[in-house]
Design a protein around this ligand. Structure first.
Ligand code: FAD
Length: 464
């Protein structure tokens, strides 16, 4: 009997998992997960991971072996202990992951072990999507249109393999990974979700049945369920981008369908940026921003994190994040812009908060998106385009449904005053039982003044 270890990482699924298929073709499969010391996860991701591993273990008839520590030590030991002759994994694109995998591949190959890595995370490998001069794209539209869409189409999804699973003893249980938070906030928050492969597939099916109709415009309205909410499932690889891509492609051509596909293209772009810039989470891709005069992150950061900024759309977004582990994309852009431009707080602080609180916290999408909003990214929103959160709120939550869901203390305000309560006449505030500064905060900053301050700060980077 030959044994093939499949090392699960962010590919927590059986279907369309090319590396798992290779393991199944090589022998009896010993499925393994390692909670690696050098791949820290935020609190929300840990809670999600616990449930996702449970689901995977059930699908594997309870044979998933889990470990905590250093993969470079654990895997060679496991190979020796079990006599495995093959190790398979799905490729990853972050610098630490690549370093670990490269070293492990060399060490295991030296021991005569066959190491097989496959692409199960991206539609196109980042090193295949390059400009004519061989350099990586820095701008999304040509990356997607010229680089991706004119290349060979993404591989069609593969079926789940017929697995012969190892009956090696399973000494460590998923609970031993200590992923469950104390206190148990996850019970309520995860009630909005179904982590695991079956939940991911169900989410995709529901979205493709009706969510995708009017996606192109509807995706901007945070109160409407016009987005897929597939992001945590994609971040943990509970469904492959190929499955999502090909399922959507089967729908009749429409602007909505193509726009949805292009969002998967943004995911590819983020991964390309991560692959080509291993330090994207710590370094400004645009070096001019190294001279940016960021403000101290003090009580203002805490107010932002708690959804107590006094700007209703920002507070609604930050509270949605806290209560559901998710925030709508439009609102992510608004709250991020408010933090880095109106409060002048370094994007690192926003990135870390999102890493800790988002179920979909993703090593590529999160830093690439923060740098995009901050203006320091490769293909960033120009710095001088500063979102006015009130105008955004009036445009994308005109009837205030989103704000009223998450900021109930101002729900009684009429629509015209809801987006900027500090401008409401005293009588209107009184009728709604609101005392600004007591029942709801005054805005942390004046939007006009802080905008001017941000532009002045940006000017400093130009002369640096
Ligand atoms: P849909 O609109 O249904 O899109 C489908 C899929 O396409 C998403 O699941 C996602 O994988 C991908 N996608 C959509 N928009 C983007 C985008 N702008 N960039 C890259 N991929 C995209 N996304 C994450 O997955 N993880 C993060 O940690 C993350 N952090 C972000 C931080 C900031 C400051 C901003 C502005 C955006 C961030 N995003 C992140 C991108 C985007 O907000 C989410 O992917 C999206 O809101 C997820 O919801 P959905 O699955 O319903 O999206």
């Amino acid at each position: 009997m030959t044994i093939a270890i499949h090392w699960f990482r962010r590919d927590l699924r059986l279907s369309d998992n090319p590396a798992l298929l290779r393991a199944a073709q090589s022998g009896t499969v010993l499925p393994v997960f390692i909670l690696e010391d050098n791949q820290p996860l935020g609190g929300a991701s840990r809670a999600w991971l616990h449930r996702s591993l449970d689901a995977l273990n059930t699908a594997l008839n309870g044979t998933l072996r889990v470990f905590t520590g250093d993969a470079a030590t654990i895997l060679p030991q496991l190979v020796n202990e079990t006599g495995a002759t093959t190790v398979t994994w799905t490729r990853r694109y972050d610098a630490t992951g690549i370093e670990t995998d490269t070293a492990l591949k060399a060490a295991l190959s030296d021991q005569g072990i066959s190491v097989i890595s496959e692409n199960g995370a991206l539609l196109w490998e980042p090193w295949e999507v390059k400009k004519a001069d061989g350099t990586p794209y820095r701008v999304f539209t040509p990356f997607y249109r010229k680089g991706c869409l004119s290349a060979a189409p993404p591989r069609a999804p593969l079926p789940a393999p017929d697995l012969t699973l190892s009956d090696a003893p399973n000494p460590t249980q998923i609970d031993d990974l200590n992923l469950i938070p104390t206190p148990r906030w996850d019970i309520d928050t995860l009630a909005h979700w179904s982590p695991g492969e079956a939940g991911a597939q169900a989410r995709l099916d529901t979205f493709l049945q009706d969510g995708i109709i009017n996606y192109k415009d509807g995706r901007n309205i945070p109160a409407d369920p016009k987005v897929s909410r597939l992001s945590p499932h994609l971040a943990f690889g509970e469904i492959s981008p190929n499955t999502v891509w090909h399922s959507a492609r089967q729908l009749p051509a429409s602007q909505d369908r193509d726009h949805f596909l292009s969002e998967l293209g943004w995911r590819e772009f983020s991964y390309s940026l991560l692959f080509h810039n291993g330090d994207i989470a710590t370094r400004n891709l645009n070096a001019k921003f190294d001279a940016f005069p960021w403000a101290e992150a003090t009580a203002l950061l805490t107010a932002w994190q708690k959804g107590q900024t006094g700007i209703p759309i920002v507070d609604a977004g930050m509270r949605e994040l806290w209560q559901t582990g998710y925030m709508h994309n439009r609102v992510r852009m608004i709250v991020a812009s408010f933090l880095v431009k109106n409060l002048l707080i370094h994007w690192h602080h926003g990135l870390h908060w999102f890493d800790d609180t988002l179920f979909d916290a993703d090593p590529a999408n999160n830093p690439a998106s923060w740098q995009w909003v901050a203006g320091s990214g490769a293909d960033a929103a120009p710095y001088f385009r500063i979102f006015n959160p009130v105008t955004q709120s009036q445009k994308f939550d005109p009837d205030g449904r989103y704000i009223r869901t998450y900021v109930p203390e101002i729900a009684a305000l009429p629509d015209r005053s809801l987006h900027a309560p500090w401008e409401a006449p005293a009588l209107v505030l009184k009728a709604a039982n609101i005392t600004l500064g007591t029942t709801y905060p005054m805005p942390l900053v004046d939007l006009k003044d802080s905008r001017a301050r941000a532009l002045a700060a940006f000017d400093e980077t130009k002369t640096a």
